[in-house]
Design a protein around this ligand. Sequence first.
Ligand SMILES: NC(=O)c1ccc[n+]([C@@H]2O[C@H](COP(=O)([O-])OP(=O)(O)OC[C@H]3O[C@@H](n4cnc5c(N)ncnc54)[C@H](OP(=O)(O)O)[C@@H]3O)[C@@H](O)[C@H]2O)c1
Length: 317
Amino acid sequence: MEDSDSLWSPWASRFYWLGVAVVAFWVFLLLRYVRYIFRLWIIGNPGAVGPHLGAWAVVTGATSGIGKAYAEELAKRGMKVVLISRSQEKLDRVAIEIWAKYKVETKTIAADFKDPETIYSNIEAGLEGLEIGVLVNNVGIAYSYPERFLDVPELDKLIDNMININCLSVCKMTHLVLPGMVKRSKGVIVNMSSITAINRCPFLAVYSATKAFINFFSLCLSIEYKEKGIIVQSLAPELVFTKMVNLPNPNLFRPTPERYVKYAINTVGLEYETAGYPLHELSFWFYRLMPRWVTEKILTRVMLYAKSYLLKKQKEN
Ligand SMILES: NC(=O)c1ccc[n+]([C@@H]2O[C@H](COP(=O)([O-])OP(=O)(O)OC[C@H]3O[C@@H](n4cnc5c(N)ncnc54)[C@H](OP(=O)(O)O)[C@@H]3O)[C@@H](O)[C@H]2O)c1
């Protein structure tokens, strides 16, 4: 008995300490994750975005949805806002709303990002002399319903428009605004990507690819300009309740744009790439951790379901 005890006890003790080390490692990871969640979603970084970066903020696609919510949140924080969108009438309406609620100055620039040849010199003239601390590259269009590439209606037009509006606008607006930020060694650029940039999203191939472009552009730029004092953030939300999404009601998983922006804006300076909303962050990590064949299966089903739902809805209207 004594012999076998003396034979096994060194091994037992080694396994015991190995077990303790493994458990300690997992507890450490868990605590670190809890701290991360607490810091990102509960405390946040509310002081990161505001007039200390520069008096003006610029928001593209500012007349509805996420862009409008950003414009309002920035105005609420005391920033003057340049609103850019297609329709002057809608721009005027939003400018009046912002003045009525927050009493901050706004400037409007009507520009259709479908037409890159003509708009950027006008935008440049409109922004001249402004001390711009924040740029939100939000403008974007999506498919009216998920569809296989060759079956997308007016495919040629969709390709041109989507690349001009979703991708080119981000690079061109950054080109216009970044030099001033670099000169003043401060500034924040927020680029609206999408969860479809993290996954390969079938039946939304062009949209998904434009969002992946934005995500990569943002992440590369954030490394290049970190040392110059500029923060570049890529936001990759799932569904937010806007006219683009065209679904009945907001809920916990599909927040209103105001609720989404309330969370997203407080992640600036803490995360360069985030879903921007706690419950969307779960899918963000889920899709990253799942084997690719699982996400492909899930997304194919979801997209085909969305296609039949949206086509049925279109027929009804
Ligand atoms: N909603 C979501 O679930 C979701 C999820 C992931 C990513 N995103 C991204 O978030 C961004 C905003 O989406 P959203 O849902 O808030 O969209 P939205 O409600 O449809 O608003 C889009 C905004 O962009 C403007 N716009 C559209 N086409 C334009 C053009 N050619 N030139 C100038 N302005 C134009 C619209 O102005 P008009 O009033 O003139 O049309 C509007 O102000 C997009 O980049 C989108 O891809 C959205």
